[in-house]
Design a protein. Structure first.
Length: 90
Protein backbone atom coordinates (compact mmCIF):
# COMPACT_ATOMS: atom_id res chain seq x y z
CA UNK A 1 0.00 0.00 0.00
CA UNK A 2 1.27 3.47 -0.89
CA UNK A 3 2.15 5.95 1.81
CA UNK A 4 0.37 9.26 2.13
CA UNK A 5 2.34 12.25 0.93
CA UNK A 6 2.09 15.89 1.94
CA UNK A 7 1.58 18.69 -0.56
CA UNK A 8 1.88 22.40 0.23
CA UNK A 9 -0.56 24.72 -1.54
CA UNK A 10 1.23 27.77 -2.96
CA UNK A 11 -0.45 31.11 -3.68
CA UNK A 12 0.33 33.40 -6.64
CA UNK A 13 3.33 34.96 -4.88
CA UNK A 14 4.86 31.59 -3.95
CA UNK A 15 3.90 31.54 -0.26
CA UNK A 16 2.75 28.20 1.12
CA UNK A 17 -0.73 28.69 2.55
CA UNK A 18 -1.88 25.16 3.40
CA UNK A 19 -0.91 21.50 3.62
CA UNK A 20 -2.98 18.76 1.98
CA UNK A 21 -2.42 15.02 2.23
CA UNK A 22 -3.04 12.31 -0.35
CA UNK A 23 -1.60 9.21 -1.94
CA UNK A 24 -1.09 11.16 -5.20
CA UNK A 25 -0.98 14.84 -6.10
CA UNK A 26 -4.35 14.58 -7.88
CA UNK A 27 -6.05 13.46 -4.66
CA UNK A 28 -4.67 16.50 -2.82
CA UNK A 29 -5.67 18.75 -5.75
CA UNK A 30 -9.26 17.47 -5.56
CA UNK A 31 -9.35 18.42 -1.87
CA UNK A 32 -8.15 21.92 -2.72
CA UNK A 33 -10.65 22.25 -5.61
CA UNK A 34 -13.53 21.24 -3.33
CA UNK A 35 -12.73 24.35 -1.28
CA UNK A 36 -13.16 26.59 -4.34
CA UNK A 37 -9.56 27.23 -5.45
CA UNK A 38 -9.19 27.43 -9.24
CA UNK A 39 -5.42 27.83 -9.84
CA UNK A 40 -3.77 25.03 -7.85
CA UNK A 41 -0.02 24.81 -7.37
CA UNK A 42 1.03 22.00 -5.02
CA UNK A 43 4.65 21.54 -3.94
CA UNK A 44 5.41 18.01 -2.87
CA UNK A 45 7.04 18.28 0.55
CA UNK A 46 10.62 17.02 0.56
CA UNK A 47 11.07 17.59 -3.17
CA UNK A 48 11.43 20.49 -5.59
CA UNK A 49 8.40 19.48 -7.71
CA UNK A 50 5.39 21.78 -8.08
CA UNK A 51 2.30 20.08 -9.55
CA UNK A 52 0.07 22.55 -11.41
CA UNK A 53 -3.67 21.93 -11.77
CA UNK A 54 -6.71 23.83 -12.97
CA UNK A 55 -9.56 23.21 -10.53
CA UNK A 56 -13.30 23.65 -10.60
CA UNK A 57 -16.32 22.63 -8.55
CA UNK A 58 -20.04 22.45 -9.23
CA UNK A 59 -23.20 21.59 -7.33
CA UNK A 60 -24.68 18.17 -8.11
CA UNK A 61 -27.38 15.98 -6.60
CA UNK A 62 -26.25 13.64 -3.84
CA UNK A 63 -25.65 9.99 -4.79
CA UNK A 64 -28.47 7.50 -4.39
CA UNK A 65 -26.58 5.54 -1.73
CA UNK A 66 -25.74 8.67 0.32
CA UNK A 67 -26.46 8.76 4.05
CA UNK A 68 -29.60 10.54 5.26
CA UNK A 69 -27.68 13.41 6.89
CA UNK A 70 -26.10 14.49 3.57
CA UNK A 71 -27.70 17.56 1.94
CA UNK A 72 -29.59 17.23 -1.37
CA UNK A 73 -26.88 19.14 -3.31
CA UNK A 74 -23.13 18.62 -2.80
CA UNK A 75 -19.96 20.12 -4.32
CA UNK A 76 -18.28 17.93 -6.94
CA UNK A 77 -14.63 18.92 -7.60
CA UNK A 78 -12.79 18.35 -10.88
CA UNK A 79 -9.14 18.99 -11.72
CA UNK A 80 -7.05 18.99 -14.88
CA UNK A 81 -3.28 18.62 -14.69
CA UNK A 82 -1.40 21.39 -16.50
CA UNK A 83 2.13 20.19 -15.76
CA UNK A 84 5.04 20.00 -13.32
CA UNK A 85 7.60 22.69 -12.51
CA UNK A 86 10.98 22.16 -10.85
CA UNK A 87 12.02 24.74 -8.25
CA UNK A 88 15.60 25.89 -8.09
CA UNK A 89 15.45 26.44 -4.33
CA UNK A 90 12.94 25.70 -1.62
Amino acid sequence: MKEKRNFALRDASGNEVGIYTGMAPRQAALKVASRGVKDIRLRERGTKKVHIYQGNRRKVKKPKNAPAWMPDKIWKPTVKKIGIEKLEKI
